[in-house]
Design a protein around this ligand. Structure first.
Ligand SMILES: [Mg+2]
Length: 281
């Protein structure tokens, strides 16, 4: 059985950080915020910028290719400007920026995806797209925020989201709209699970945090910016997060390719890892 993501828009227990009204500017975000507050404020503000860009371009009849490009670029530039002003000594790895090797020795590296789910961003009124802001220290995603701007919602590491109680039925495995990775198929088959379909790695991970899905398993290719902020938030909420082999998710590697991950409710972690370790059983 497949549940459409359109059925998943009911509000959860999370805190909305979106400010109604005018679009934020770079100087709205104070350098005095702590790292958690900064990540949340920046993700929310970038989401507001994107929401405005999206609406203006739709009103003008812009084609979806241009909408994707302008969305990525405007969000990237906003994030770079804010972090450059508020945390000038930190390094940044952005999906939309040049990768600089000086991040490898840096004690603090922000890993950001200005628009996660660009395809869905360019398909209004879809809501499954996100802004990812994370801070990595010693390879670990210690701070993070994922904004879901079309839902006016930002989930962050502090205050951490409260995980809803287990739903008790068959587990729900969340997959892409276009593709079901082998790891997800294996888990769904062995656990007799339902599929839920959604775009955006961040939106998928946050569906597990919000209790509308139980397991997000990806194999076959992702980059550090796809999972870093979602993993930071999911870990803060008490979810299991690891590679498919159970090893930890570590970031700021020389090659940002980080092809697989498992995010799931803690009650499913042991079974999922056991199944993934024994694919032929
Ligand atoms: Mg992106």
């Amino acid at each position: 059985m497949t549940i459409s993501s359109d059925a998943l828009s009911e509000p959860g227990p999370e805190r909305s950080l979106m400010t109604a009204g005018r679009v934020p500017t770079v100087t709205d975000i104070s350098p005095d915020l702590n790292d958690h507050e900064l990540a949340a404020a920046l993700a929310t503000a970038t989401g507001s910028v994107l929401t405005k860009v999206r609406q203006e371009m739709i009103d003008r009849g812009t084609d979806h290719w241009t909408l994707k490009d302008v969305g990525d670029l405007s969000a990237h530039e906003f994030i770079m400007d804010v972090l450059g002003r508020t945390r000038p000594d930190d390094k940044i790895l952005s999906e939309e920026g040049a990768d600089r090797s000086d991040r490898l020795d840096a004690p603090r590296v922000w890993i950001v995806d200005p628009v996660d789910g660009t395809r869905e961003f360019a398909e209004p009124p879809r809501v499954d797209w996100a802004v990812h802001i994370a801070l990595v220290q010693n390879g670990e995603p210690v701070v993070g925020a994922v904004a879901l701007p079309a839902e006016e919602l930002t989930l962050a590491t502090s205050p951490a989201p409260v995980l809803p109680p287990a739903h008790g039925g068959a587990p729900r495995v969340i997959v892409s709209r276009t593709r079901r990775p082998p790891a997800a198929q294996m888990l769904a088959r062995r656990l007799d699970a339902q599929y839920i379909e959604m775009g955006s790695a961040g939106a998928k991970a946050m569906a597990v945090v919000r209790g509308t899905a139980d397991i997000y398993a990806h194999s076959g290719g992702q980059y550090e910016w796809d999972s870093c902020a979602p993993v930071a938030v999911a870990q803060a909420a008490g979810l299991h997060c690891s590679r498919l082999d159970g090893s930890p998710m570590l970031y700021n590697n020389p090659d940002p390719y980080l092809p697989d991950l498992l995010i799931c409710r803690p009650e499913w972690a042991e079974q999922c890892l056991e199944i993934l370790a024994n694919p032929d059983r």
